[in-house]
Design a protein around this ligand. Sequence first.
Ligand SMILES: *[C@@H]1O[C@H](CO)[C@@H](O)[C@H](O)[C@H]1NC(C)=O
Ligand SMILES: *[C@@H]1O[C@H](CO)[C@@H](O)[C@H](O)[C@H]1NC(C)=O
Ligand SMILES: *[C@@H]1O[C@H](CO)[C@@H](O)[C@H](O)[C@H]1NC(C)=O
Length: 484
Amino acid sequence: MLSRSLYVFLSVYIFVSVVYTSAFLVLCPVLAECSSVFALRFPSLADIPFLGRYGAPSGGLMIYEDNADGRSSSGATRLGETDDLAAHLEAIAADSVLSWPTHRISPMSSDELGTASRQYLMPESLFLSKAFSNSMHPMKIIPFFYRASERFDEDDITITTLVTSNRFEVLQNLAKRYDGPLSVTVHLPVAPDLSPLSASSTLSKNLTALHSLLLRSPALAARADVHVVLSPFPRAFNTWRNVARFLARTTYVLLLDVDFAVCTDWRAPVRALLRAEDGEMARRMRAGSAALVLPAFEYVKAEDGRDHKAFPRDKRTLLDLVRARKVAPFHASWAPGHNSTDYKRFYAARPGEIYRVTTYQSAYEPYVIVKRDAGGWCDERFTGYGGNKAACLFDMYLSGVSFYVLSDHYLIHQSHAYEEEARRNERKYNRKIYSDFKEETCLRYLKRFQDEGVLNTSRGYNAQEECRKIKGIGKIVTQLLDDQ
Ligand SMILES: *[C@@H]1O[C@H](CO)[C@@H](O)[C@H](O)[C@H]1NC(C)=O
Ligand SMILES: *[C@@H]1O[C@H](CO)[C@@H](O)[C@H](O)[C@H]1NC(C)=O
Ligand SMILES: *[C@@H]1O[C@H](CO)[C@@H](O)[C@H](O)[C@H]1NC(C)=O
């Protein structure tokens, strides 16, 4: 009896195996979907845990529902004005779990592996601590604490920015003036041991202020993903910049400071440009080898620049104000910060013109639209003022991203008081880090491009030219080129 059923079983098994294998061999050359129909699956972007989570981030808050029928499809919670936000934060600050598929290729059959072993579960905290390993710790990142209710195309442009707990209000203006998606890092100060969160009255107060801002601002609730960073460090700007970009849900981002006002409607024309079938600029942006600069301006008299509603909405009006000396290039007293934008050329440009930045130098810190995954993340060792933003753009430039100015568009700074005392000390500290950072970054890219054999191509030109300017590195550049 036993041997008979074994015989039947084996026959069926062999039959199925032969059919399966030969179908694979016979059909595969003609079936486009072959590899997904039969066995081996290679990792796709959707397998990466963060992207997987976008569809349904758990634990986050949403101010308005994302469906017409009033039911949230995202698993997000809605809290009212009086709910205990700190307790909610404490609950979702507990580790989430990211899952990595592991069933790619195995020496065993998939039956032996079982379902459970096909996933590796990784604590979110481990993933984030490696992703931000150059930042100061302790730090707790809570991605998507608030989630935008509106949906956007993947090829849209997300404004990424950061805001500190004393300046929430400026966020509201940004969302009012930009009708695309936003990815915002909000820093909330906590004690060094990060706990217990629900007992911190500062945190509680700050969360309530943030929550009521979102309740009051439909534009923010609709378009902004808000990521919370809890840490005792008040000015880790580059870390917060990276968090906002890292968690942006579109292919392109505008790296912006929150106190700049968007004045013109660049979203539609830039999206059209990015989608263009032909055209060198579109190709470069899509390849992540170009970034588009939005020139930055400010009011000469600080009190004129407080009300963003009075800012000029077209270039002609802007030019009138520049001629009347009411508006000037941003921080003109520190020329290297923005003058590579070449304001004279901007004033004279014809409509639609996009021109290349030809006088880049290492202090240049423009606001740029760039591919999210292009080079140039912000070095997280910088904290506070001085060189921190320039470091982001230096890395970007060396990685092979060149800058092009959008001559129909511009940004204007909304005046506010600066924290001058903190800035003086930070400048000294950062100046030293910046000079070391430049050397290191140069060596890293020069070596990489030489090993790839692209040092003397358009990809390597930026690194080649910029690094030659550094004492002691120029010689190395010449040597590397000779060795090619
Ligand atoms: C956050 O808390 C700090 C400390 O109590 C306070 O100075 C600050 O104004 C708070 N921010 C908001 C927006 O409530
Ligand atoms: C920018 O300013 C620096 C320092 O003042 C000057 O040397 C340089 O020529 C300026 N560049 C442009 C493009 O105006
Ligand atoms: C680098 O490329 C330029 C132009 O393509 C060429 O003139 C030059 O000789 C090259 N240099 C080296 C060291 O190969």
